[in-house]
Write a protein of this length. Sequence first.
Length: 75
Amino acid sequence: MTHDAELDAKGLLCPLPVLKARKRLQALATGQVLRMEADDPAAIVDVPHFCAEAGHELVEVSDGDRAQVYMIQKG
């Protein structure tokens, strides 16, 4: 899937991956996609919750190289 911005949140613990995603998404236009990699086990719960609360769409979640990959479309 194509994306407009990337965020490497590997090594960061809750709530930092979500806080950094929020900041990165602010710079994007509605409909653009952020690709975020995170290895925090809590991100599996935190990222979908953040997207639902903030009005973003979690387009895809997949396993990357030693991290989960989240594709978030700005709402």
